[in-house]
Design a binder for this molecule. Sequence first.
Ligand SMILES: [Zn+2]
Length: 374
Amino acid sequence: MKKTLLRGWLLGLIVIALAGCGNGGVVTADLNDVTEPVDNVPVSEVPVEEAPVVESTVTEEPEDVEVVSDLDYEQIRPDESGEIMIVMYHNLSEKNTTYSRTIDSFKSDLQRLYDMGFSAVSMRDYSDGKFDVEAGRTPVVLTFDDGHRSNFNYLETDDGLMIDPDCVVGILDAFYEENTSFGKAAVFYLNAGNPFGQPKYIEQKLLYLHEQGYEIGNHAYNHENLSELDADGIQKALGKNVQHFNKLNQDLVMESLALPYGKGPQNEALKIYALNGRYDGFEYNNRTVLRVGWKPYVPVYHMDFNEGGVHRVQSGDADMQLTWWLDEYEKNPHRRFISDGLENRISIPSEHLDRINLDAISDKELFEYTLEDL
Ligand SMILES: [Zn+2]
């Protein structure tokens, strides 16, 4: 069984190599097709001008095939069309409520995510559809709205400033030190008002976020309700906020928007301004617009992806909140996005190929596979 799978895998590699040189179309490799001699690559899949490459590759002996087996498709069963959670947090405080989480509960969330095979990724990587996580793990995006001080707090000590070990940044930094395969990533959706509650340290905090690979996102200058604004109003609310943070740190670019109150523009004609606009000569471009709640979402190259209405999972223990969804994934692990560990390849079981929007995979390779005993 092992050997036949490996031969199928080699066939897959050959077809991918050709597609990479050719028109970049759909790549298919049926791992059931193991009784076929390797040199029976269907003629229809081989561009004529690449024929010499096929001949030289398929003359390899079966022994060489063993070398190729760096990913065990049968065991890992990657499915990069599966669900991805974008988790929404707000404050850390004494009680668990809709908009706050206790420090202990937040730490427990991280531990459970890690233990269940999730790894934190940036919103930028999510938007690129590229995930630098180990094979078999599932990306998760951690988002924090409103710039609470509990998200990023400095303690003034006799030895100077130190990051509060009980604020979100302190907790994420420490968790990463202990569990590097969880990754270190989070995005903070900020308003201009008083982000992170210590105005004299805001530039220092933004610099730290940038240096550590964290991100900031747009949450409107005054936390405006975009459903009450016209085109000029929306562009002012979003563009002025980008302008404000750009003055504080040019390197931290806002590339996504979390809708204040979860409310987007009131009609179709205005929706474009949630994504792109201009204020005072200053342009903004949001690659994703995030709603509030209530379910996991899909990768950007999924047929159901809508950049203007990305769902989030609220933190918390109630129905349809994070704890509930993790329980659901324990019962139905096949729903999850399972990584192949390769940033530039999208691995899809053949039964899910119809989920993929071929126009949205950009320069990545699409690798379809089938296992005999699925
Ligand atoms: Zn908010």
